[in-house]
Design a protein around this ligand. Structure first.
Ligand code: ADP
Ligand code: ZN
Length: 801
């Protein structure tokens, strides 16, 4: 095998295919599909993924692979195939698909070392490697290469004696420490020892004994020396100083109370039997576990996972980022201990990479993580669970624009294992499939232990205003809050900020301060008195006068959590409030800290945004207040009603989950809207029927598929013209049944200084669609006449902006 097909790291349509490269003699039999390599490409050197290894190529004069980046494949055959599937179904480039499957650390700059897995296994090292590794626990990759010990090293890694580790050079520099290491082999260092002054000798002996890089601070403290001896050693070429990432287990300082499986309710038991039967039969099926909030879905997941582990297989649990709370993590850690890896965005690049490595090395059998954990490189999958399957965060909004649910089902089919979709408010797409029998419906209609769903009271805020209450708190909500304070119970107040941020308007002329690059208003942040764009990050100081008329009457509109907090302090001065939003949870660990303070009853009221809507479970919370239920209802999105229903149901679900019964107060300006009315009655099925009828009437999913095409350019006419041409072309290419809407200006008409126009395709079956869209993308990438127009195609849009 002397030719490798490589997907190179250039995300364009022209380069979106494998290129052949010669495998130099020394790497034959070593390079395998799924490894990363460096190859010459035009005048550049690029990284790429080997996707195939073969004997011959059609190309005559092949260039050779220059460098091999991995010791063993980082993508297995299944994931390579999944990447091809993603390119077909989401129209992404293969390189984007493969990169999405790996932790970011592997894209960063790193230094590769081989590390002895355990001291006891030193004897198992291949003879050729023994002398090189003698006296240390890790060797730099360069040394192995220079010594021509490739094959031996690969074998040792495959046997688990050596481990390939990437020491990430973290750009933020947060988690790296300056460390000292020997620059020469142990043998050479020992030879040099006798000619060194005492202090330097101590340093070298210490490094020899440790056999790996040691943080300089630690070195100096342990030996009680200044920095001079090390400096001298570096000058002599005996030692080096480098940045080494400190890996940490983010949960290392935590102890988890082991938990035992609970005795199941009849409904839970029934659901579990169906799922485990599919696990044992090794049969792919997709289940919808539709259970009201507090019905014990998580317990069903955990007992199903136990069966998977008993079968010697692995499981993936996907949880929306926002509900990947410490509480959720704790439940899995308590039940499964060291068998669990956790992947979420709160981890540093290095920590994420560490968790990924545990999976890759088969040290864990279970991963709990956000969307991208669906790519966990398990090879013997026994089940994939998607909790809160209706969450739109399962859809990735950049290339590859995949939905985790589709990826999960594709992988499960290949592994012959079940997928379990869980929700109290399933997406319409999913419930419709369950209704048709494509998915199997499992139902948990009641909360465990005969607990009732909370009483929901809808308050008409227009009525409040009419009777002279200008506060953002209705009288009813205030009364209920006071009652909780008297009784020593707790309350959660929820403020949905999406589309409801604090903007600044001039009361004299109506001027609104907007982002100079994007077509949206800037949001006021009290910290530092600044205005920020939530799309592009543009920031500016708050102006004292209106930039348009010079007037001094600038006013803040909309309600932010800070304003609610201030008003609470006036209305209920005794209440202790914890505020959770992007401002108070930015610091690492802050989220967890605030929640544990609330759990310890150090506060009466938890006030927050989306991030408190899900997954929280506190025994003394008996009141949930929704300050403005309709903020989402009026977004330009056909899913607005569905999202509102889901959010209200989820938020209400936080109340009365334990012995004490729960109350919910929903404040709204549109109390008669069906999504608010039906959420108040916990009536999912009526909502489903009503919303399905509307979707059918207007031709939206799940009755139709959608594809959204956006053209963007610095000049509005150029973007409009491109969108127009595309619409015209598609009208010719597609059948009469396809409906092509637009082009129109996007709801977010300008973003990052670029104007945006969009067309929407609605269709039921369009075999020609994929080819036509590829042609569109091709044309706009190659044709200079379209210079500067960028086209994005989303085959299953969730963001209509
Ligand atoms: P869901 O995920 O459906 O909202 P949870 O799994 O969080 O529900 O369960 C709600 C509460 O009920 C949790 O405190 C959980 O420990 C408890 N619970 C779940 N199943 C049982 C059971 N069979 N017996 C007793 N308590 C249970
Ligand atoms: Zn902006």
């Amino acid at each position: 095998m002397k030719v490798a097909s490589v997907i190179v790291d250039v995300p364009t349509r022209q380069t979106d295919r494998p290129f052949d490269y010669l495998i130099p003699e020394r790497w034959r039999g070593v390079i395998q599909p799924g490894m990363r390599v460096t190859v010459p490409f035009g005048a550049r050197r690029l990284q790429g993924f080997v996707v195939d290894v073969k004997d011959h190529s059609e190309i005559e004069s092949l260039k050779a692979i220059e460098e091999v980046l991995d010791v063993v494949p980082v993508l297995n055959g299944e994931l390579l195939d999944l990447g091809r599937h993603l390119t077909e179904t989401t129209l992404c480039f293969a390189i984007s698909a493969y990169q999405a499957m790996l932790p970011a650390a592997m894209r960063a700059k790193y230094e590769k070392v081989l590390r002895l897995a355990e001291e006891e296994r030193r004897g198992e090292l291949p003879d050729e490697l023994k002398s090189l590794v003698a006296g240390r626990t890790e060797v730099a990759w360069n040394e192995v290469e220079a010594a021509g010990l490739w094959r031996a090293a690969q074998k040792a890694v495959q046997q688990g004696v050596l481990e390939a580790v990437y020491n990430v050079k973290d750009k933020a520099g947060k988690k790296t420490v300056k460390s000292a290491a020997l620059a020469v082999s142990a043998e050479q260092a020992e030879q040099a020892l006798h000619s060194l002054p005492a202090r330097q000798k101590e340093v070298v002996s210490f490094l020899l004994k440790r056999g790996e890089a040691v943080p300089i601070a630690k070195l100096q403290a342990t030996l009680g020396i200044s920095s001079a001896p090390l400096k001298a050693l570096v000058e002599k070429g005996l030692a080096v100083v480098r940045d080494v990432e400190v890996y940490r287990d983010p949960y290392a300082h935590r102890t988890f109370q082991p938990s035992e499986p609970l005795a199941l309710t009849p409904a839970q038991a029934q659901a579990l039997v169906k799922i485990t039967a599919s696990v044992r039969a090794g049969e792919h099926r997709t289940f919808l576990l539709y259970g009201v909030t507090g019905s014990g879905k998580t317990e069903v997941y955990m007992q199903a996972i136990e069966e998977v582990l008993r079968q010697g297989k692995e499981a993936i649990v996907l949880v929306p980022e926002i509900s990947l709370t410490p509480q959720m993590v704790e439940r899995f850690k308590s039940r499964f201990g060291p068998k669990v890896a956790v992947l979420h965005s709160g981890l540093s690049v290095g920590e994420k990479y560490d968790e990924w490595r545990k999976i890759h090395r088969k040290e864990v059998q279970l991963v709990v993580g956000a969307r991208s954990a669906v790519f966990a490189p398990f090879e013997n999958l026994g089940m994939i669970i998607i909790d809160e399957e209706h969450e739109t965060s399962y859809k990735q909004e950049e290339m590859p624009r995949y939905h985790a649910r589709d990826v999960a089902i594709y992988r499960a089919r290949r592994h012959g294992c079940p997928v379990v979709l869980g929700s109290a408010t399933p997406s319409l797409e999913t419930f419709a499939r369950a209704a048709k029998g494509v998915y199997e419906l499992l139902e948990l209609p009641e909360r465990v232990a005969d607990r009732a769903l909370p009483d929901v009271h809808v308050v008409d805020m227009r009525e409040e205003l009419r009777s002279g209450n200008r506060s953002m708190f209705s009288r009813r909500l205030l009364d209920e809050l006071r009652l909780r304070l008297d009784r020593g119970e707790q309350a959660v107040l929820f403020l949905n900020r999406r589309g409801y941020s604090t903007f600044v308007m001039c009361r004299s002329c109506g001027y609104v301060v907007r982002c100079p690059h994007c077509d949206i208003s800037l949001t006021y942040h009290r910290a530092g008195e600044r205005m920020k764009c939530h799309y592009c990050g543009h920031e500016e100081p708050l102006v004292p006068r209106c930039p348009s008329c010079g007037g001094e009457h600038l006013r803040f509109f909309g309600t932010g959590t800070q304003k609610v907090e201030e008003e609470l302090a006036k209305l209920l001065p005794k209440a202790r409030v914890i505020r959770m939003d992007v401002d108070t949870t930015g610091r690492k660990g802050a989220h967890e800290e605030l929640l544990s303070r609330f759990a310890a009853k150090e506060a009466d009221i938890l006030l927050g945004t989306q991030m408190i809507a899900k997954g929280l479970d506190f025994p003394d919370v008996t009141l949930v207040g929704v300050l403005a239920a309709d903020t989402m209802l009026h977004l330009p999105d056909f899913r607005a009603a569905e999202k509102t229903f889901q959010l209200l149901t989820q938020v209400s679900g936080r109340a009365g989950r334990h012995e004490l019964p729960g109350q919910v107060v929903i404040q709204t300006y549109t109390p008669d809207h069906y999504s608010i009315q039906l959420a108040a009655r916990h009536d999912y099925r009526s909502f489903y029927r009503r919303e399905m009828a509307l979707r059918k009437a207007h031709g939206y999913p799940p009755y139709y598929y959608l594809t959204l095409i956006t053209a963007a350019h610095q000049e509005a006419p150029a973007a409009a013209k491109a969108a127009e041409k595309i619409a015209g072309y598609l009208r010719k290419q597609l059948s009469n049944e396809a409906i092509i809407l637009g082009p129109v200006a996007s709801p977010l008409a300008r973003l990052h200084d670029r104007y945006r126009y969009q067309c929407m395709i609605k269709y039921k079956r369009e075999p020609n669609l994929s080819a036509a869209l590829k042609a569109v993308i091709d044309r706009y990438q190659t044709d200079a006449a379209h210079g500067g127009v960028t086209i994005t195609v989303d085959m299953n849009p969730y963001m209509m902006m």
